[in-house]
Design a protein around this ligand. Structure first.
Ligand code: EPU
Length: 421
């Protein structure tokens, strides 16, 4: 098993190219099931999760190849299989994104229930409710969700849950509704940029969608969709992680391709603690020259502060000049990094879905264990500034969502290497 070894203390300086967004690429890849002809996707990051989605799509009869320039070509060749099995779904929850497309195009979707996950309970009831509203019959069979529909009909669907809107439930219903007969209105739709990117791809394929990026999305069903070329948006979570890398090391990073309009809440919090964030011609420049101030952060659905940057923000605020509070409103149990950051000297006290962070002057390198993708990113960030050596075990978590992270960090001055444990 691989690990990352980091020697902390280097100021990061230079340019980091931001990759395409994992959470936009995965549902768009799944959406290729809906279309006739070839989809060409550019700016798809080369990540473990993307390779998992390629493997799943291959089993579902979609030919999926990368060309020499890195573009992904997807073409449906065989529509017989409609079963996403547990061995793949349990490795990657985004596999549930094939549910809507399979149902709409092949009239049947059998998808293993994903089960528990390190960041907490992650139910899929809203996905099922939304697809039932479009006319699907649902049963649970041997741990699989089985949905069937002879005909899908447009409907009015409310997709709000106890923690707000659901990103992949919105994606599933949006995808299914493109081929349903009549008009579908999704209320309390997720507004994340990744949903907008999915809708833009579907529109380019011939779908009729309005209101994407707002809580009310309207879809007029069409008979067929036709393959097209699409460029995936830059990854705002990767960009946010590198913004924090620049801030935590008192460095200066130019994040090439990062979009400030996707990162407003993050920019707001960083500026409030004294980090300088400027728009540049090709992206964003982040710099920090002094000890940061404390601040309170609450994670929320977009455009609020993203839960996918909560752990990384905690690493940063653990070095603030005073006390901060982070409240997690999306996944109240997403705090496995608290114990590991504490091993590095962070002063953290968890009270329900809130962590009170008493800023310390320095973190100290330690062997730590990654528990999930974003928690691992937080431990790497802490390692970049900690005194001495940090070893982050289970590198495979980070490989799910960060393309070439050690290369990108080394190129701007970090001392980080991947080792075999
Ligand atoms: N929820 C329900 N019922 C449902 C679905 C969700 O109650 O049927 C709840 C969840 O438990 C959670 C909230 O709604 O409290 C939001 O979850 P959501 O469904 O939006 O999450 P998701 O679609 O499964 C995506 C990202 C996650 C990201 C969340 C929140 C993808 C592939 N995944 O997950 O990304 O944390 O939205 O923004 O887009 C990551 O990249 O590290 C990651 C976990």
């Amino acid at each position: 098993m691989q690990l990352f070894e980091i020697n902390g203390g280097n100021r990061l300086r230079g340019t980091v190219p931001i990759s395409g967004a994992k959470n936009a690429a995965l549902p768009i890849m799944a959406a290729s099931i809906l279309v006739d002809g070839e989809t060409v996707l550019r700016n798809v990051p080369d990540l473990a999760d993307v390779r998992q989605m390629q493997a799943l799509l291959a089993k579902l009869g979609v030919r999926c190849e990368r060309d020499a320039e890195g573009a992904l070509h997807l073409t449906v060749e065989d529509e017989m299989n409609t079963h996403a099995e547990y061995d793949i779904v349990s490795k990657m929850r985004a596999s549930v994104c094939v549910m809507g497309p399979l149902l709409a195009k092949r009239k049947r979707a059998q998808v293993a229930m994903p089960g528990g996950c390190a960041i907490g309970d992650r139910p899929i009831g809203l996905h099922i409710q939304g697809l039932q509203a479009l006319g699907a019959d649902f049963e649970l069979t041997n741990g699989d969700v089985l949905l069937k529909a002879k005909k899908m009909r447009g409907s009015e669907i409310f997709l709000g849950g106890p923690f707000g809107s659901s990103v992949t439930a919105t994606a599933n219903v949006l995808m299914a509704a493109t081929l349903a007969e009549g008009t579908t209105t999704i209320e309390s739709a997720a507004c994340e940029p990744e949903i907008v990117d999915l809708a833009d791809y579907l529109i380019a394929c011939g779908a009729r969608i309005a209101g994407h990026g707002t809580p009310r999305v309207t879809i007029e069903g069409v008979a067929t969709l036709t393959g097209t070329s699409h460029t995936v948006i830059p990854d705002r979570i990767e960009a946010g992680t590198f913004m924090i890398a620049g801030a935590i090391t008192n460095g200066e990073l130019m994040l090439e391709g990062a979009r400030i309009d996707h990162l407003r809440a993050v920019v707001d919090r960083l500026r409030r603690i004294g980090v300088i964030v400027d728009r540049a011609e090709k992206g964003l420049v982040v710099s920090s020259a002094r000890r940061i101030e404390p601040v309170d952060i609450t994670t929320q659905p977009y455009p609020g502060f993203p839960t996918d940057l909560q752990a990384q923000a905690m690493a940063l605020l653990s070095l603030a000049d005073g006390n901060s509070c982070i409240t997690e409103k999306i996944y109240p149990d997403r705090f496995l990094h608290v114990g590991e950051l504490s091993r590095m000297g962070a002063q953290l006290r968890k009270e329900g879905p809130t962590v009170i962070i008493e800023g310390v002057k320095r973190l100290i390198g330690a062997p730590v264990m990654a528990s999930d993708l974003r928690a691992s990113a937080a431990l790497i960030l802490a390692g970049l500034i900690a005194k001495g050596t940090t070893r982050v075990q289970r590198a495979y978590h980070i490989d799910r969502g960060y393309e070439k992270i050690e290369e990108k960090l080394s190129a701007v001055g970090a001392s980080i290497r991947r080792l075999e444990a």
